[in-house]
Ligand binder design. Structure first.
Ligand SMILES: [Zn+2]
Length: 277
């Protein structure tokens, strides 16, 4: 790359800079401005492509890290007996006036629950211990029978669904996956391709993508906080509570990684777009 900054190229109509004009007048070798300009652009493209590759590596790394946390979470111990968890869960429902059915899913009951609540094969993963969920529409919270403690977090979601603000946070997760596309569209609307400057959106695409997922991360953290709080009130078992907190932190980590992943995807979308134009 040639340091062209010491020459004044602000006048685009000018083919040679004063310096080049001097060289040209004196029969010295000179490269026309447009050639340098093209080199400069090629250099920027190379840099951008390098960043795109780096982002790809980061995205893969995030995926691996997320899988690691998920495996750790799956191997996590239960913090107390199933009977104690059931007791805490029932207390959460009673004290918060929740209109929610609780189901502890196993291989024997998964089909009857699926039929009763008109579900597809969602309970398959729950029976295996790989998932738990709360569905506001059908007022159902489920957890694996052999990992009942996950239900306290799901009931935390049920409590969040009752208040307007936290329900808003909950609903935002439906729109978060569209962040890279939305950022791309907004960048197209607000950036001026001709002035050569990057728009605010282009410069901050990563941060904006992460911000789109932040309400989800906050709502997830709050659901866990409510579960831990309820367990603390009903049971007097600090050592066990630390296990519960650790399990819930692992779960939250996967959400934080997903948020960073959305930021990376948003940055990638904007970068790919700038390479195309
Ligand atoms: Zn959750």
């Amino acid at each position: 790359m040639y340091p062209i900054s010491y020459n004044n190229y602000s006048n685009y109509g000018q083919f040679y800079s004063p310096q080049q004009q001097y060289w040209a007048d004196n029969n010295m070798y000179v490269r026309p401005y447009y050639e340098q300009q093209r080199e400069e652009q090629a250099d920027n493209v190379a840099k951008t492509a390098g960043l795109a590759g780096l982002l790809q590596v980061i995205a893969l790394g995030l995926n691996k890290a997320s899988q690691w946390f998920a495996t750790k979470l799956a191997a996590g111990k239960e913090f107390t007996s199933a009977a104690n968890v059931h007791h805490v869960a029932n207390e959460m429902v009673r004290k918060n006036n929740l209109n929610v059915d609780i189901a502890y899913i196993n291989d024997a009951n998964k089909f009857s629950y699926a039929q009763r609540y008109n579900l597809g094969n969602e309970l398959e993963a729950v029976a295996k211990g790989q998932n738990a969920f709360f569905a506001d529409k059908i007022k159902l919270a489920v957890a694996p029978e052999h990992k009942p403690s996950l239900i306290l977090h799901e009931l935390g979601h049920a409590i969040n669904a009752k208040s307007k603000f936290t329900k808003l946070l909950q609903n935002s997760r439906r729109y978060a996956p569209f962040a890279p596309t939305a950022i791309l569209v907004a960048n197209g609307l607000f950036s001026n391709k001709n002035d050569g400057k990057k728009s605010f959106i282009e410069r901050n695409a990563g941060l904006l993508g992460f911000a789109a997922f932040l309400p989800t991360i906050i709502e997830e953290g709050l659901a866990s906080f409510r579960g831990v709080k309820a367990a603390k009130k009903v049971l007097n078992n600090p050592a066990g509570l630390n296990i519960l907190k650790k399990n819930y932190l692992l779960a939250l980590s996967t959400y934080i990684l997903a948020g960073i992943g959305l930021g990376v995807a948003s940055k990638q979308a904007v970068l790919e777009d700038s390479l195309r134009t």
